[in-house]
Write a protein of this length. Structure first.
Length: 553
C-alpha cells in the first residue's frame, strides 16, 4: 500500500510540473495563467512581460457591462470626444463620421444625455441640446436608444447604426440644419381642412411625400429647419426627407388632397386599436383615395408595403379562370383536400374538402386546391397578364401624388406559379393595391387611385389595356357578394347591405400567425386592409375594413 501511494504521489508531482511547463506561441516561450478573469485566461512572455491578455465573458451581457458600455459612449459623445465615443462602438469609422456631422451639419450644441433603464442589451436615452443656425436657435429634445454587443475582442461596445443618433435615421442618412431644400406645404383634405399629424398621426409619411413632390411648385418659400437628409439606400426605398425641427417658418404652399376628413378620422381610430394594421379606402367611380392609415407611423405599409396578399388574390385569379372557361360560378368545381403540382403538395386550411361543390362554394370558403388544380391548364404568364392588363397592377406606373408600390405578379413556373394563384409565391401587394382590385370589380373599369388630382400638375394616370366582359364581371361580383353574405367574410360584413368581399391569410416564414387580409366594396366605396401576424383575415382585417365601409355610408 505504501509503495502504491509513493508511485501515485510521483505521478501527481510530474503532472503538476507538466501543467507549469511554458507554452510555445509563435516560437516564444509563454506561461498560461488560468483565472485571469471569469471564464478567461491571460498569456505572458517568459521574461514576465505581458504580450497578450484576453478575457472571455461567455453568455449574455450583464447589466453592468451594458450600462458601463453605454455610459462610456454617451459620456464621450456629450464631452465632444468624438474619437473616443466612436471607439466605443463596433464601427468607429461610421460612428465618427456621424457624430462629427451631428455637431457640424446638424449644428447641435450643448448636447446632454440621460440614460434610462436597460432592457436586456438595449438602453433608452433622452437627448437634449440646442440647434443653432446663424442668429436663430431652438431647443431640441427627443428619445433614442442603443444596443450593446460584444466586439470580436469580447469588449462590450455599442452596436452602431445611424438610428443611435436619431431614431428616424436609416444607415446612410444624416441630420442637416439649414435653409430647407424644399418649401413646406399645407396639405388640405377634400373639404379644405388642414391635414396635420397631430390630428391624423398616420399621415406623417404622406405629408413628407407631398412636400417632396409639390413643395417647389405649390407657391411656398423655404424656412430654416433641422431635417433628415436621406442617403442612397433610403432614396432607393423611396423615403422622403423629413423635417424634425423648424427654426424659422417658411411660407407654405397649398396642396389639396382627396382625403375625406370623416373617413380618415375613422381609419386612424381603427388602426390605433390594432397592432401592425394598415388600411386604404378608394372611390371606385373616380379612383380618389379617401383614407389611408397605419398602426405604425414610420413606414406607409398601406401605400408602399410589399406583402403576399394571400387569398384576396383569388379575386384576380377567379377573373382569369372564368375568362378562360376553367371555372364558372354555378358549375361544379373540384376542391380536394390536397393537390400536388410542380413537386409541392398544397392543402386547404384544416385540410377540408368540398365534395360535388360549385366554384361559388370554393370561392366563398376560400378553397386553395380549387385554384391550384387549374395550374396545369394555365401558361406561366397568364396571371401576370391578367393583373397588368385588367387590374393595372405590377407595371410600376401609378402616379398618385406620393410614392407607392404598385404590386408585383412576376412570371413564374411550376410550384411557385401555382402558389401565386392563391396569393403566395412571388406575388406582392399592399392595401391600396387590393382596395383598387375591389374598386375595379365594383366599377368594371380600372381607375388608378390618386391622392392629388392630376389637374394640379397635369400628370398622366395609369390605365388598363382592357376590361373584363360583362359576363365575367357579373360572376365575379356574385362570388364576392356571396362570400360577404355566406362565406368567410360573412361575420365581418354582417349588417352591411349590398356588400361584397374576399378574405385572405398569407403565411410568412418565421411567423407563428399569418398576415390577415380583407378586401371589400359597398356602393361607391372600396377598401382593403392587412393585419400583420394577426391570423385569419375575416377575424382581423375584416372588422377594420367593414367599419370603414359603414362609416362611409
Amino acid at each position: 500500500m505504501g509503495n502504491r501511494r509513493r508511485v501515485a504521489e510521483r505521478r501527481s508531482s510530474r503532472y503538476r510540473q507538466y501543467l507549469r511547463r511554458p507554452a510555445v506561441l509563435g516560437g516564444a516561450i509563454a506561461v498560461v495563467v488560468v483565472g485571469a478573469g471569469a471564464g478567461g485566461y491571460a498569456v505572458w512572455a517568459a521574461d514576465g512581460e505581458q504580450t497578450v491578455v484576453r478575457t472571455f465573458k461567455p453568455g449574455p451581457l450583464s447589466t453592468q457591462e451594458v450600462t458601463t458600455a453605454a455610459q462610456r459612449f454617451l459620456t464621450a459623445w456629450q464631452d465632444g470626444r468624438v474619437t473616443e465615443a466612436a471607439g466605443a462602438t463596433d464601427d468607429p469609422a461610421a460612428a465618427g463620421a456621424m457624430l462629427t456631422s451631428f455637431a457640424k451639419d446638424a449644428r447641435v450644441k450643448d448636447a446632454a444625455f440621460t440614460v434610462g433603464r436597460p432592457t436586456g442589451a438595449k438602453i433608452p436615452f433622452k437627448v437634449k441640446g440646442t440647434v443653432s443656425y446663424e442668429d436663430t436657435s431652438k431647443p431640441l429634445g427627443y428619445d433614442s436608444a442603443l444596443t450593446v454587443v460584444r466586439a470580436e475582442n469580447d469588449r462590450p461596445v455599442v452596436d452602431w447604426h445611424a438610428s443611435v443618433v436619431h431614431p428616424d435615421l436609416k444607415d446612410g442618412d444624416k441630420l442637416v440644419t439649414g435653409e430647407a431644400g424644399t418649401p413646406p406645404v399645407k396639405a388640405l383634405d377634400r373639404d379644405g381642412g388642414e391635414l396635420t399629424t397631430k390630428k391624423y398621426p398616420s399621415l406623417g409619411t404622406v405629408l413628407d411625400g407631398l412636400r417632396e413632390k409639390y413643395g417647389e411648385t405649390a407657391g411656398g418659400t423655404a424656412g430654416v429647419e433641422l431635417r433628415v437628409e436621406r442617403g442612397k439606400a433610403s432614396k432607393a426605398a423611396e423615403l422622403a426627407d423629413r423635417t424634425l425641427l423648424e427654426l424659422s417658418e417658411g411660407t407654405p404652399g397649398t396642396v389639396k388632397t382627396t382625403l375625406s376628413p370623416d373617413l380618415q378620422a375613422a381609419a386612424e381610430k381603427e388602426v390605433a386599436e390594432r397592432k401592425r394594421a394598415s388600411v386604404a379606402v378608394v372611390r371606385p367611380s373616380t379612383g380618389e383615395i379617401l383614407a389611408v392609415a397605419n398602426s405604425s407611423h414610420g413606414f406607409n405599409v398601406a401605400f408602399q408595403g410589399s406583402l403576399a396578399p394571400g387569398s384576396t388574390m383569388k379575386v384576380i385569379t377567379s377573373s382569369l379562370l372564368i375568362e378562360k372557361g376553367l371555372a364558372s360560378a354555378d358549375k361544379k368545381h373540384p376542391c380536394p383536400k390536397y393537390f400536388s403540382y410542380g413537386g409541392w403538395k398544397f392543402q386547404n386550411d384544416d385540410k377540408f374538402e368540398i365534395k360535388d361543390g360549385t366554384f361559388t362554394a370554393s370561392f366563398a370558403r376560400s378553397c386553395n386546391t380549387a385554384f391550384i388544380s387549374q395550374a396545369p391548364k394555365l401558361e406561366n404568364d397568364d396571371l401576370t397578364k391578367q393583373a397588368q392588363e385588367v387590374f393595372g397592377l405590377g407595371r410600376n406606373d401609378w402616379a398618385i401624388g406620393v410614392p407607392t408600390f404598385d404590386g408585383a405578379v412576376p412570371v413564374q413556373s411550376a410550384a411557385p406559379m401555382a402558389a401565386s394563384l392563391i396569393g403566395q409565391g412571388g406575388v406582392r401587394m399592399n392595401p391600396l393595391n387590393m382596395a383598387s382590385v375591389s374598386a375595379t370589380v365594383q366599377s368594371g373599369t380600372f381607375r388608378q387611385p390618386y391622392l392629388v388630382s392630376p389637374d394640379v400638375d397635369n400628370r398622366e394616370l395609369a390605365t388598363a389595356s382592357r376590361k373584363l366582359s360583362d359576363g365575367t364581371l357579373k360572376q365575379l361580383r356574385a362570388l364576392m357578394s356571396y362570400t360577404a353574405s355566406y362565406g368567410t367574410a360573412a361575420e365581418a360584413m354582417a349588417g352591411i347591405s349590398g356588400g361584397a368581399a374576399k378574405t385572405g391569410s398569407a403565411e410568412v416564414d418565421g411567423q407563428k400567425k399569418p398576415n390577415g387580409w380583407f378586401t371589400a366594396y359597398r356602393g361607391d366605396l372600396a377598401a382593403a386592409g392587412v393585419v400583420q401576424q394577426g391570423g385569419h383575415g375575416g377575424e382581423t382585417a375584416g372588422p377594420l375594413v367593414a367599419a370603414l365601409l359603414k362609416a362611409g355610408g
